[in-house]
Design a protein around this ligand. Structure first.
Ligand code: GDP
Length: 324
């Protein structure tokens, strides 16, 4: 079977890594959110894209999940001495990525081409694509501060302002990056990784839905076809476990938008796009309600602490999506 995975940063990268441990490079394309991208210190920074690439390359910082392992911060320390901005933590190795990417973007190369070349240099075998080569920027509308650029909300203000809504600036003219529609066209299933639905997955879905060939709508298994051919299967893994996130503001966002944070809320969020949904054992009680809205469920351990956890969850997801 052939798969497309949609991913944000830390949570998405872990499941994407599990899938990559199992699936042949030709059978998996990972499409990553670029709504978090921003310009900082004169550089174009793509936090989710870099997190997914570093994770699959085995270069990610195992403690934070983002940034590079064995990192130093000499450049940032010296920027601080000069009175520059240091609220966004950029390590020395990581800076090299942003400097080289920015140079190449200024030469007119595309983000997807640059990402492909970087992945080759880092020996990443699977295809990782930014959702678009066009700039789409997530804007968070907040009670206290009005509209904030995503990193201003997320890192600088530590997700403290209360959220009222989101918009994706640049969406109208953004096209999916080259290769995404082809990958979706041959995919048997789409895996929506355990990422923040509001700000990691919704921007990707927004870009894909505006494209001429949208995500194939979920369809029931075709009788007599062994359950895998020609199906628009879409499975999501809940990033909300026991009403909370493992990390990050997704649960806080649901609550501030008047929705009780839960796995069920995530299933409802994606709604009729989903054919399958994976929720944690602690949320087992919600499985029936998810089934009642016409989505098949798998209840399993969804916490990924180790590389083996990632692989095991990915295998559970793949087994689930392949069963009738
Ligand atoms: P970000 O862009 O770095 O915030 O990353 P994502 O949006 O991809 O990931 C954030 C989400 O991942 C949060 O809602 C977390 O609850 C979720 N998450 C992180 N680790 C895990 C995990 O081990 N299991 C599950 N199910 N979700 C996780």
């Amino acid at each position: 079977m052939n798969f497309v995975a949609l991913a944000g940063g830390v949570g998405g990268a872990k499941l994407a890594d599990g899938l990559a441990q199992i699936l042949h490079p030709e059978d998996l394309t990972i499409v990553v959110n670029t709504g978090d991208d921003f310009e900082h210190l004169g550089l174009t920074i793509c936090p989710d894209l870099d997190t997914v690439c570093y994770t699959l390359a085995g270069l990610a910082n195992p403690e934070t999940g983002w940034g590079r392992a064995d990192e130093t911060f000499h450049a940032l320390e010296n920027i601080e001495k000069l009175g520059g901005e240091t609220w966004f933590r950029l390590g020395d190795k990581d800076l090299a990525t942003h400097i080289e990417r920015t140079r190449r973007l200024r030469e007119g190369q595309t983000l997807s081409q640059i990402t492909c070349d970087f992945c080759r240099a880092w020996s990443v075998k699977h295809t990782i694509l930014p959702m678009s080569d066009d700039a789409v920027r997530t804007i968070v509308d907040t009670e206290e501060c009005g509209e904030l650029a995503f990193q201003e909300y997320f890192v600088h203000r530590r997700c403290e302002p209360r959220v009222k809504g989101f918009r994706f600036a640049g969406l109208e003219s953004a096209k999916p990056a080259p290769g995404i529609l082809e990958a979706l066209g041959k995919a048997d299933a789409v895996v929506i990784c355990s990422s923040n639905p509001w700000v990691s997955i919704d921007p990707i879905l927004a870009v894909l839905d505006l494209s001429p060939t949208p995500l194939r709508p979920p369809s029931p298994p075709l009788p007599g076809k062994g359950g895998i051919e020609g199906l628009g299967r879409v499975v999501a893994v809940s990033p909300i476990i026991g009403g909370r996130t493992v990390k990050g503001p997704a649960a806080k966002m649901y609550a501030e938008l008047g929705i009780q944070p839960s796995a069920l809320a995530v299933a409802r969020h994606y709604g009729s796009r989903l054919t399958h949904f994976v929720l944690d054992r602690v949320d087992q009680i919600q499985a029936t309600e998810v089934e009642n809205i016409g989505i098949k469920t798998l209840v399993t351990n969804t916490i990924m602490r180790t590389p083996e956890d990632r692989r095991r969850l990915a295998q559970d997801v793949l087994n689930f999506i392949q069963t009738l």
